[in-house]
Design a protein around this ligand. Structure first.
Ligand code: GLN
Length: 449
């Protein structure tokens, strides 16, 4: 209870970060009291009583679940997401819900209907997104760890921008049950924490088969801390020089420096060429909006969510509710998605994007089969940019170039801090591994840390 109270105090003192959307001290302290009881009666697990924050994309019974949208303002879910439930069963105490881009659409957390979250390193810099609240609160030390979701980079990019470690596991390893859907073939739960070791501890409790998620992978539970100290001797790290050299010079140098550390630890660097992966952005921005346009169809003002007050008939009610409830970015994606799925364009855009998606996945498969064990890449082309730096949506979409290819292939990816820019903002290094090799990914990051 004292630990929970200490974190709640810190959250209150740093409220100007706007990292949290819903904090209910009395509910958190009640969970903490339960944990204390278990500790006293000897029923505690090693994680009993450790505080954690949840991205407001996971539904929770005891805190509002809004996806940072007016559409779900004050919405209370009748059930907990599988990830939330599992972590609670493992002993974690929930500190509240973290801010994000509306329906996880964005790269800045400025798309939240409840105000932007600030980067603790620099209030003019974005914390990244969409899991900006989770990254910001871990970086500010007001939560030891926070759950997050990654559809096209939303764990790795904010972790990089805030100087913390974040892992997006293999698509299908964590359950999507109770995650407010954005793009179902890509949406993946994961964790942001201080280190790969902390990520390994929490992620081990999060992942596992769930029959309520039709794409859940049937694998037995895995303790991801086991391989943390395996080291990197002989590990073949794939280096896509063309990607690294495209980054800003400061970041480029920081990545090569990190790679030389790996070399000194016994890893072997091998040059690789990512070619099809360069088509990631256009493919992602067809598939993700297509799925979003379908998923967001459920918000019609009828069953739950926002309903307009004044309307003439049913159709008018639906139109007005959706117009009032959705912010500009979800609307933009619904329009793009509806367009690429419409008769006449479906084959030209959607089917074509699915075909190229397959080619990207095959390219990664071949590289991992023949050339290397992990890939080291930038997370983005630079450290966190300023809130006013990328005003048009297209430049934001283009900034996802290094994170979306791995997402399209369903691969696990991790971001770890690798130095600071001249402007004193953190740099991130991305590691990508073959499917279900989270242990290798975390061990590789841990060797550096
Ligand atoms: N920035 C990407 C987008 O806007 C990724 C978001 C995510 O991973 N949720 O779609």
């Amino acid at each position: 209870k004292e630990v929970a109270q200490a974190y709640l105090d810190k959250i209150e003192k740093t409220s100007s970060l706007n990292a949290f959307l819903d904090v209910r001290p009395e509910v958190t302290l009640k969970e903490a009291e339960e944990a204390d009881k278990k500790i006293r009666s000897g029923e505690a697990s090693p994680l009993t009583g450790i505080p954690i924050a949840h991205k407001d994309i996971f539904v929770t019974r005891k805190w509002a679940s809004t996806a940072a949208s007016k559409m779900l303002e004050n919405y209370m879910s009748p059930f907990d997401a599988t990830v939330v439930e599992r972590l609670q069963n493992a002993g974690f105490v929930c500190l509240g819900k973290t801010n994000c881009d509306e329906f996880a659409m964005g790269s800045t957390t400025a798309n939240s209907a409840y105000g932007k979250t600030y980067n603790p390193w620099d209030a003019n810099a974005v914390p990244g997104g969409s899991s900006g609240g989770s990254a910001s609160c871990v970086a500010a030390r007001i939560a030891p760890a926070a759950t997050a979701t990654d559809t096209g980079g939303s764990i790795r990019q904010p972790a990089a921008f805030c100087g913390v470690t974040g892992i997006k596991p293999t698509y299908g390893r964590p359950s999507r049950w109770g995650m407010i859907a954005f793009a179902s073939s890509l949406d993946t739960a994961g964790i942001i924490a201080q280190s790969a070791e902390d990520c390994a501890i929490v992620l081990s409790e999060m992942i596992g088969f769930d029959k309520r998620d039709s794409t859940s992978i049937e694998l037995p539970p895995e303790d991801l801390t086991v391989g943390l100290n395996a080291g990197v001797k002989g590990l073949r790290i794939g280096v896509p020089r063309a990607w690294i050299d495209k980054a800003e010079p400061g970041l480029r140098d920081a990545i090569y420096k990190a790679l030389s550390v790996y070399e000194s630890l016994g890893a072997v660097l091998v040059d690789i060429k990512l070619d099809k992966a360069n088509l990631g952005v256009p493919v992602y921005y067809i598939i993700a909006p297509a799925e979003a346009s379908s998923n967001l169809g459920r918000f019609d003002g009828v069953r739950y969510g926002h309903r307009a007050k004044d309307y003439n008939d049913l159709l008018d009610m639906i139109k007005k509710s959706r117009d009032e409830g959705f912010g500009p970015e979800p609307k933009r994606r619904i329009l793009i998605g509806t367009y690429v799925l419409s008769h006449g364009y479906y084959d030209a855009y959607y089917i074509k994007a699915q075909q190229v998606r397959r080619l990207i996945a095959q390219e990664f498969d071949a590289i991992f089969k023949n050339e290397c064990d992990v890939i080291a890449a930038p997370v983005s082309t630079d450290a966190a940019f300023r809130f006013d730096a990328k005003a048009d949506p297209l430049s934001l979409y283009l900034s996802d170039l290094y994170t979306v290819p791995g997402s399209l292939a369903g691969l696990p990816g991790l971001s770890l801090p690798c130095g600071m820019s001249e402007g004193k903002l953190p740099y991130g290094l991305q590691l990508i591994a073959p499917k279900c090799e989270e242990g290798r990914l975390l061990g590789t990051a841990h060797a550096y840390q």
